[in-house]
Design a protein around this ligand. Sequence first.
Ligand code: TRP
Length: 450
Amino acid sequence: MGGHKKQRDGFTSKLGVVAAAAGSAIGLGNIYRFPCELGENGGAAFLLVYLGIVLLLGVPVMLSELVIGRRSQRNAVGAFKKLAPKSIWPFVGYMGVLCGFLIFAFYSTVAGWTLEYIVKAVTNSFQGKDLAAIEQDFSDFHNNGWRNVIWQGVFIFLTGFVVFRGVQNGIEKYSKVLMPMLLLILIILGVRSMLLPGAKEGLLFLFHPDFSKITGEVLISALGQVFFSLSVGMGALITYGSYIKKDDNLVTTSLSVTLSDTLVAVLAGIVIFPAAFSFGIQPSSGMGLVFNTLPMIFNQMTGGYFFCIIFFVLLAIAALTSTISLLEVAVAYLSEELHLKRQTATVLACIATMLLGTYSSLSLKQGSPFYIAGMSCFDLLDFVTSKVLLPLGGLFIVIFVGWKLGKTKFFDEITNEGTIKASSKKVLLFIIRFVAPLAIALIFVSGFIK
Ligand code: TRP
């Protein structure tokens, strides 16, 4: 394997690393999926569990992935081949490549909606409409399956276009300016939302926990959401980690990425729930929750027309920096391990995603035949990836770093061979060795016991 000495692509600056990893993390997972999960899993209790898992498990798994990536300088599969030659470990990498492909297939469905909503925003099609009309528009859009598929295709093409050109010129540039802008607009929307009549109930739903609501189901949903939102558990950050320079600080990188990702998720909650309660939208209404609540907020705002356009454009870009990282996992694998040209690998992966993605989009139509085991193809892909593959991937990744890679190499990597201090290194190792594997395994099991 390996042996090819060609210069590897890489991130050019420290800010670039954080921006690219945060770009991967911040996306529809924060602004669309997080409110849905929170609404369906009892509100504040879910948020509390979520935050606990971010700290206790999200950071260590993210750090472990970055360690594997930078140490090996390889893609998700090649990394395990290099660090554990002639072992079964590369299996974790293969699982990750598969998982990334499955996520991309259904993620691009929702990403496509953001493009449709940009058009709706520009053509001012929400103005003056009441909730019933906005909800009708949303369901009409789904029931016109092919329109979803076309937008999805456009989105996959855009992702392919960036990845085609390579990491350096592709990924960094977009994230640096646009993520802070997204944060700013969320703050403005959050303030507007909290000022709506009846907003208080939404805030209570979000911040006043009812502990009796915490069940195995809530725990596994929260774990899945944390991993999904932080982009961990399938090797995306192994791949990005392999592009990080040797003098970057992995611990502070993990912390800043986690912090910004979590901030955006909580802000999204502050935008959505007060407004949803104010307009009488059920918190557990699933797909429509975010896409119906937002236009309603813009309708109540001075300058709502412009805010609406800017918001959906930023949301689409946030989704794009996430899909780039998903596609990059497959492309890095195909080009480094199977020696395809980067461009060929990109085109092949995009075509495959488009095929499965079409099923995912069409499965949301009313009466669609694309149902498997009582779930739409879309829901099934979401379920399998976030509640099965990511937790298992995260579990194997921490076990690998804690027990196979071992203490010395782990310390070497997070202290940059002893040149920087990592005062929390012993605690981190302890969590990675004992706490994280146990906790992930327990939550995983509890999620499947009724
Ligand atoms: N984290 C992204 C989001 O929240 C989605 C994503 C990108 C992802 N890359 C990933 C999820 C890798 C899991 C694994 O929108």
